[in-house]
Ligand binder design. Structure first.
Ligand SMILES: Nc1ncnc2c1ncn2[C@@H]1O[C@H](COP(=O)(O)OP(=O)(O)OP(=O)(O)O)[C@@H](O)[C@H]1O
Length: 266
């Protein structure tokens, strides 16, 4: 790693975002999707980013992924300005984006580009096993359930052994039970891989279950409203008093954001 700096937590930071602003032109008028975002993420940290629809979560993740480089301010990964996608940053989207004509194993291998060495194939197989798809490595995407396809796309993003995994609502399209199962899987993967994780989600429980810190964003323009640390041991018990306290603190932030248009009396 080169050129790292020190995060607010005092540890080495892998991602440094300073004064980040992103404006778009829409039908001749300007939309400020992100305004003056400041965030340092330390290596190996799990960050959940939560906020209402249109608050700029995906825009932020796309900038970190290097898929959008037209930003103002600084977005540094390992101390270098993010100018495009890189192998050290894997991305998983809400839809799995697997190639339908390739098997699971071929799709995961695709994440590595040109797989030639024994080490590369070992990484492919190791990650297929890690996400629990060993018995399905020869299956095609249409033969998989939604959760299995998402596992395959996580394995593909991890096959390069990226320093950071960026997850853009990866479980948004899954049913409630599969979603909970996938959250547990991600926790296992994070513990095994020790990668930095940045998860964008609409789901408060998911954000608290997984994150070391929950970044709460506000709408129009998208800013960081508050960052809530989650100092609870893992695996977290969603029914515990402490979990409920953190969840309530996040709800409270959302309610503060919405001004009541009028008050009424009974
Ligand atoms: N390529 C683009 N061109 C113009 N406007 C854009 C573009 N991408 C995003 N925006 C605008 O930026 C704002 C933030 O969008 P973004 O997709 O980042 O929000 P989000 O928080 O991820 O929303 P959701 O949770 O609904 O996916 C929105 O107002 C959106 O219309």
């Amino acid at each position: 790693m080169n050129g790292t700096s020190v995060s607010t937590t005092g540890k080495e930071s892998v991602l440094d975002i300073r004064g980040l602003t992103r404006r778009f032109q829409v039908n001749g008028s300007e939309v400020t999707a992100l305004q003056n975002i400041n965030l340092s993420v330390r290596q190996g940290e799990f960050i959940s980013v939560i906020g209402g629809s249109g608050c700029g979560k995906s825009t932020l993740l796309r900038i970190i992924a290097g898929l959008d480089t037209e930003y103002e301010g600084e977005a540094l990964f390992d101390g270098a300005r993010i100018k495009g996608p890189g192998l050290e940053r894997g991305v998983v989207f809400q839809e799995h984006r697997l190639f339908p004509w390739l098997t699971v194993r071929q799709n995961v291998a695709f994440g590595l580009g040109n797989v030639t060495s024994k080490d590369d194939w070992e990484s492919v197989d190791e990650h297929i096993e890690l996400v629990g798809l060993k018995d399905f490595e020869g299956a095609y995407p249409h033969q998989l359930s939604g959760g299995m396809a998402q596992r395959a796309s996580i394995a593909r993003a991890l096959a390069n052994r990226p320093e950071a995994l960026l997850l853009d609502e990866p479980f948004g399209a899954l049913d409630a039970l599969t979603k909970i199962q996938m959250q547990q899987e991600v926790l296992k993967i994070w513990e095994a891989e020790k990668a930095t994780m940045i998860l964008v989600t609409h789901d408060i429980d998911e954000a608290v279950f997984l994150g070391d810190r929950v970044v709460i964003m506000s709408n129009r323009p998208g800013t960081i409203k508050r960052i809530i640390p989650v100092d609870l041991p893992r695996p977290r018990d969603r029914g515990s008093y402490e979990f409920t306290q953190v969840r309530s603190a996040i709800y409270a932030e959302f309610f503060r954001q919405e001004e009541k248009p009028f008050a009424y009396e009974i």
